[in-house]
Design a binder for this molecule. Structure first.
Ligand SMILES: NC(=O)C1=CN([C@@H]2O[C@H](COP(=O)(O)OP(=O)(O)OC[C@H]3O[C@@H](n4cnc5c(N)ncnc54)[C@H](OP(=O)(O)O)[C@@H]3O)[C@@H](O)[C@H]2O)[C@@H](O)CC1
Ligand SMILES: Nc1ncnc2c1ncn2[C@@H]1O[C@H](COP(=O)(O)OP(=O)(O)O)[C@@H](O)[C@H]1O
Ligand SMILES: [K+]
Length: 504
């Protein structure tokens, strides 16, 4: 959610049901307290830092709830009294009438002494309402908290961190954990802001799901994969599960296309053909007994126009892996765009080769899927990588809408966008995947799932989930994030598929 979408949901909830802002604040504070209780012990001393808006209002509820439950809590209001208004003021009064003391920040030294004694700091200073650079006293308090070693839990969003994308200049509080209210904000998923959150959980505050506006974005979870995973009929045959072709490889990079092919085979594709250079075939064929090979014309060790391939016999294709960026290969890319029916996935070098023909390529009637990492996407849209990293949701959405394509922007938070602008973010995986070849494996998994699923969007999200979970599982047991190879990932696929697959 963006901050604006969050405010809109609260507003609609209040207008349509009669829930009041103060009830939502009570719900939020209690839900956060329940989450906080799973992180702290009764003998630990806790400080709650309270700001002037509704995030501060949550802080009064949290401090009261924890004190009611027997925790040792100091509540510190860091702004002057006239700043506390509305629902926050109501909860401040309830806090005081409950018989609990409130510390008022007069000078930083006293707070610093208290922070030195504290085991846990709860940051309820600013939430999604932050605007611009932090002003006093927040800037100074955030610097103090960041200097202290106490375990820090942020409420909704760490103070100072923007909720939305496209903001690069800010001072933020570094939390060990963030208890996010109602729905994760965009900044949870951005490289330059996610580290401020630490670990994060989302708590429900009782917003009426039937009444509030539908979200334009979704966080894809394991339960989504379980409910949308393609089933296999007992009487199915190889033709039921798709006949795909993968096109790529060159004399410099014979391994890429082999990994894509193997991953597609391990992900349930019915039949797979590999179109690659003639010198690549003998190198990879011994490892891919299940695949067939297709002759393609070559120029200096790179693929060029095929003309010999009957593309119509395939239900879908993935192109570009290890293909090289030789201009001679552009004619092959054009031919594939014209002739392949069914889903067409373009990765790696294919993305470079197609750049000049983007408008023409967008006229395909079947789904076209681009799977760039941020560097490849930056090149496609003529922006810098930092620009892409700061605004990945809106840039991919604009691109997908403009060209009528699906975009899978890969990374620790992979963002999947449909040609209609629907988005989901998928967060499985770890740094073991930050290695050449991981993307080739993903392309194979995606092609296989595209050919077995009725929904392109589900197939893409599920493929990313399978890929990331496989890395997580392998690094929990046999491997580490250092040694994990893309080929290990392929061998780890069976275990992940076993947890999701079923037959009817
Ligand atoms: N019904 C609901 O809405 C619910 C909302 N909930 C909670 O409310 C939170 C959103 O509350 P919010 O909108 O009051 O914003 P919030 O983050 O407290 O910030 C506003 C304050 O910050 C100040 N300020 C801003 N920028 C600043 C800066 N750079 N430097 C310094 N100060 C700055 C600004 O001061 P001003 O500019 O007005 O002087 C104002 O005092 C949300 O994150 C969630 O926790 C839950 O209780 C569930 C129900
Ligand atoms: N730190 C990370 N955490 C989670 N996933 C990652 C991380 N680094 C890379 N990945 C995943 O690994 C894959 C890398 O793809 P890509 O950059 O195309 O690699 P290559 O082209 O070298 O095969 C993507 O699916 C990406 O989401
Ligand atoms: K906060």
């Amino acid at each position: 959610m963006t901050a604006q979408e969050m405010y809109e949901r609260d507003k609609v909830a209040i207008q349509t049901t009669g829930l009041s802002g103060s009830m939502l604040m009570e719900n939020a504070g209690r839900a956060v307290s329940d989450d906080v209780e799973t992180k702290i012990e009764k003998h630990q001393s806790v400080i709650v830092l309270i700001g002037g808006g509704n995030n501060g209002g949550d802080g009064y509820v949290i401090a009261r709830t924890l004190l009611n439950r027997g925790y040792q809590v100091e509540a510190w209001q860091v702004v002057s009294d006239h700043k506390i208004q509305g629902d926050a003021l109501l909860h401040k009064e309830i806090f005081i009438k409950s018989g609990y003391p409130l510390q008022q920040l007069e000078e930083l030294g006293t707070l610093e002494e208290s922070l030195e004694q504290a085991d846990v700091v709860i940051d309820s200073m600013l939430g999604i309402g932050v605007k611009g650079q932090l002003r006093p006293p927040f800037k100074e308090v955030v610097a103090l908290v960041n200097k202290r070693a106490a375990y820090t839990i942020a409420v909704d969003i760490p103070t100072g961190v923007p909720a939305d994308e496209s903001v690069s200049e800010f001072d933020g509080l570094f939390a060990n954990h963030t208890t996010v209210i109602a729905a994760p904000k965009i900044s949870v998923f951005l490289e330059h802001t996610s580290s401020y959150y630490g670990e994060w959980t989302v708590v429900d505050i009782g917003l009426p799901t039937k009444k509030i506006p539908n979200s334009r974005r979704k966080l894809w979870g394991k339960s989504d994969t379980l409910s949308t995973f393609p089933t296999r009929q007992a009487h199915s045959h190889k033709g039921s599960h798709g006949k795909g072709i993968v096109v790529g490889g060159s004399f410099q990079m014979p391994g890429s296309i082999a990994m894509t092919a193997k991953a597609a085979l391990r992900s349930g594709i019915g039949l797979l053909t590999i179109a690659t250079t003639s010198n690549t075939v003998p190198l990879i064929a011994p490892f891919l007994q299940e695949a067939t090979f297709q002759q393609v014309t070559e120029e200096g060790g790179f693929l060029s126009s095929a003309n010999v391939v009957d593309w119509s016999q395939y239900n879908g294709a993935a192109i570009g892996m290890g293909m090289g960026r030789n201009q001679g290969s552009t004619t092959l890319v054009e031919e594939i765009f014209d002739c392949v029916e069914g889903p067409l996935l373009i990765d790696a070098d294919g993305l470079y080769l197609m750049k000049d023909g983007l408008t023409q390529y967008s006229k395909r009637k079947d789904p076209t899927i681009l799977t760039p990492h941020p560097g490849e996407f930056a090149h496609l849209i003529d922006r810098s990588i930092p620009e892409v990293m700061q605004s990945p949701f809106c840039l991919t959405r604009d691109f997908a809408l403009q060209y009528g394509v699906y975009v899978v922007l890969k990374g620790p938070s992979t963002i999947i966008t449909s040609p209609r602008g629907e988005q989901c973010v998928e967060v499985s995986g770890n740094a073991g995947l930050a290695k050449g070849g991981s993307g080739d494996v993903l392309s194979g998994i995606l092609l296989a799932l595209l050919l077995q699923s009725n929904s392109v969007f589900d197939a893409l999200a599920n493929g990313c989930m399978i890929h990331g979970l496989t890395a997580e599982r392998l690094t929990e047991s046999r491997h580490s994030i250092y040694d994990l190879l893309a080929t290990d990932l392929i061998e780890g696929l069976p275990n992940t598929f076993r947890t999701f697959s079923s037959s009817t």
